[in-house]
Design a protein around this ligand. Structure first.
Ligand SMILES: CC(C)(COP(=O)(O)OP(=O)(O)OC[C@H]1O[C@@H](n2cnc3c(N)ncnc32)[C@H](O)[C@@H]1OP(=O)(O)O)[C@@H](O)C(=O)NCCC(=O)NCCS
Length: 294
């Protein structure tokens, strides 16, 4: 089970299994109730009830891939509002359109489950830098999609950021590190043997993007104004934050790459993912949605 921080309780539920068992198995795992006591409709995981009571900051990560849930897209699309349908219709490539429908529909579905509201009635608003948010119940979320995969993280009262990326061939990674990243990250990058640099780059990239998304600033925050670890074997953490923002010790940075990869098949190698939350201790759980919605 991947765990890269002593402060992170990480429970994953991502092995392929028949859809008919999905809900019961996940919920039973979460609540620890005996199989015959499972009530799938009422036992959707509760953000107010952390796995470990000593770590009150619960984070739920939901992951899906278009290839495993294409059957759900028509149902999910029906829940989108007018502007979202217009946006979906504007995508040139089918894969981008499907990713958007999955991401937005899944977001609505899950938010609806958390607050017990029909998905189509969820009102999504946008912050100054474009970060979508939802006001009721202090539920915070963040969405990322790449190559047909979607990652959505939820927390209560904590701004949260996630990123998922599929490694792309033919990109000048050294140029990006040199031009955009911080001086200490560039120095670290130059110490990494060439054969490990691609892996290190995407870990660095997803961790940094999760951080700027956690702040809600996106790429309006200069990527050289803060630093994270990424060298092979190093503990995943923020090492420097921009002036005026919570100190690095206040952040939990979680590399989700290993669990995200275990969800994907051989057709989508090179998946990287990370999560950033401004809380020094979090209890994170990770679920993969396959064939049916929770
Ligand atoms: C947010 C951002 C980093 C996403 O980068 P990306 O790698 O293309 O995409 P990802 O799939 O990881 O994330 C996209 C999702 O992030 C969310 N998002 C958008 N803006 C965000 C922000 N400022 N902070 C956090 N999350 C944001 C959205 O849910 C979006 O998905 P959606 O458009 O389908 O709803 C980038 O688009 C960005 O910097 N946007 C802000 C631009 C900006 O500064 N605008 C200023 C004026 S509005």
């Amino acid at each position: 089970m991947p765990s890269n921080s002593d402060s992170v309780h990480y429970r994953s539920q991502f092995k392929p299994f028949p859809s008919s068992r999905y809900r019961a198995w996940t919920i039973r795992e979460w609540l620890g109730t005996p199989p015959n006591a499972v009530n799938t409709s009422s036992n959707f995981p509760d953000l107010t009830r952390p796995v470990d009571p000593s770590i009150p900051a619960a984070v739920h990560v939901w992951h899906a891939s278009v290839q495993f849930v294409r059957n759900l897209l028509p149902e999910l699309e029906l829940t989108l509002d007018f502007s979202e349908r217009v946006r979906a219709g504007a995508f040139h490539h089918t894969r981008d359109r499907e990713s958007f429908v999955l991401a937005r529909g899944m977001l609505r579905w899950l938010l609806g489950k958390y607050v017990d509201v029909p998905p189509a009635e969820i009102e999504i608003k946008y912050g100054e830098f474009g970060k979508p948010y939802f006001s009721p119940d202090h539920i915070e979320f963040n969405v990322s999609h790449s190559g047909g995969q979607v990652l959505i993280a939820f927390a209560r009262g904590l701004s949260i950021g996630v990123d998922i990326e599929i490694a792309q061939p033919g990109v000048d990674l050294a140029d990006i590190v040199t031009r955009f990243f911080s001086a200490e990250e560039l120095a670290e990058w130059n110490r990494i043997p060439t054969e490990f640099q691609t892996d290190a780059f995407y870990r660095l990239w997803t961790r940094k993007e999760a951080f700027v998304k956690g702040l809600g600033l996106g790429f309006s925050l200069p990527l050289d104004s803060f630093a994270v670890t990424f060298a092979p074997g190093s503990k995943c953490r923020v090492t420097r934050t921009p002036t005026g923002f919570p100190a690095s010790s206040e952040w939990s940075l979680v590399d989700l790459t290993e669990s995200a990869r275990s969800l994907t098949d051989a057709s989508t190698p090179g998946t990287y993912a990370a999560l950033a939350v401004p809380s020094p201790r979090i209890a994170a759980s990770h679920w993969f949605i396959r064939n049916s919605l929770p």
